[in-house]
Design a protein around this ligand. Structure first.
Ligand code: ADP
Ligand code: MG
Ligand code: MG
Length: 344
């Protein structure tokens, strides 16, 4: 029996292009199993959905296109044929629970995290509150809204300087791919960084800067999630910013990360605890800072729809853990079907 898989890609976020690459890899992965029939649905940058025929052209060409200029959202008729959805979308309006909510209302199973985990995973303020609740070690931080900041800017600068010090990182609460993030070293940079971050999101987070190795662990599963082998990212820039992430050759993946066994174990345990703290299901990539000087593992974030190209960390970690790319795609579909079953 064939399974019609609605592959959602593109999307309204800054990670549209990455999504095109992820989706192409996933379509190839799913294509290995004769059970699967992939139906691509391209979401244009303006949010309009395209039918599978036109979407297939975009998927194969691998570059953004504006096909439908109606400016109006409508569900293509073919959406009714889909048995299970596979959102291969990153960032706001894709990874943040909005699309998940729509798929939930359509009453069809979908791959990956549900509404709650997706929304929390995209919001650094709420994510950190839940990590704290779960007892996970993390950097010191201050949450700030644009309104609070505009009322008493000087008081906030002083508060940030005394509680966090420099360098610190200023980030929009709801974003990814390092967009809107600045590393700041003095008050004038702090001011400029808050200006910049609040232009992306009225809520921001400011974190104490740490000197650390960047470690990532993949999680797969629903109720009994498993952690993968642990990986590390190295790069030659000031921090893992947008350019470093998306310019080929600027960052290197190391799998497995060369770490003491106790650290690897701590990372894997914390990855599962983080996944559970946000009520994750399906998949998640949990990112850490390993402060070698003090041998401390700090959680940075969970990404509920991590990059999924054939060279991305998430599938690479599973490959190293014994699950090939196409098996991983199938397992995610199976997990979606399993989760969708009504509880009796
Ligand atoms: P995103 O969700 O956009 O990936 P992150 O919170 O992961 O945002 O930050 C992006 C990058 O910025 C990190 O991978 C790291 O290189 C750097 N960074 C962020 N926060 C800190 C911090 N508190 N200390 C040191 N480096 C940081
Ligand atoms: Mg992120
Ligand atoms: Mg990150």
């Amino acid at each position: 029996q064939t399974l019609k898989i609605g592959l959602l890609f593109g999307g309204q976020s800054g990670e549209h292009e990455v999504s095109l690459v992820s989706a192409k890899s996933i379509a190839q992965g799913l294509g290995q199993n004769p059970r699967n029939q992939v139906m691509p649905f391209y979401i244009q940058k303006d949010g309009v959905w395209c039918d599978p025929e036109r979407s297939l052209n975009v998927l194969e060409a691998g570059k953004p296109e504006q096909i439908d200029n109606s400016g109006q959202f409508k569900l293509p008729a073919a959406a009714n044929e889909v048995d299970v959805w596979f959102p291969a979308l990153h960032g706001p309006n894709g990874e943040d629970g909005t699309v998940q909510g729509m798929l939930q209302l359509m009453q069809k199973p979908y791959v990956g995290n549900g509404v709650l985990a997706s929304a929390v995973g995209m919001d650094k303020v709420l994510m950190k509150a839940l990590f704290a609740q779960a007892g996970l070690a993390q950097v010191k931080y201050v949450a700030l809204s644009r309104w609070q900041w505009q009322q008493e800017p000087e008081e906030w600068y002083e508060h940030i300087e005394t509680t966090l010090g420099y360098p610190c990182f200023v980030k929009p609460a709801n974003l990814g791919s390092s967009v809107g993030i600045s590393k700041v070293r003095d008050r004038s940079q702090l001011e400029a960084a808050i200006h910049s971050a609040t232009s992306y999101d009225p809520r921001v987070i400011i974190e104490q800067g740490v000197t650390a190795r960047e470690i990532e662990c993949a999680v797969l599963g629903n109720e009994q999630p498993k952690a993968s082998i642990v990986g590390e990212i190295t790069y030659n820039s000031d921090f893992y910013d947008y350019e470093t992430k998306y310019t080929p050759g600027m960052a290197d993946l190391h799998i497995p990360a060369q770490l003491p066994e106790t650290v690897t174990q701590a990372v894997q345990d914390m990855a599962i605890a983080a996944f559970e703290a946000v009520a994750g299901s399906g998949l998640g990539r949990v990112d850490f800072f390993y402060v070698e000087a003090s041998s401390m593992v700090l959680i940075n974030e969970i990404n509920t729809l991590p990059g999924f190209t054939s060279t991305s960390m998430y599938p690479k970690l599973w490959e190293a853990s014994g699950i090939s790319f196409h098996d991983l795609c199938d397992r995610l579909v199976d997990l979606a079907l399993e989760r969708h079953k009504p509880i009796v």
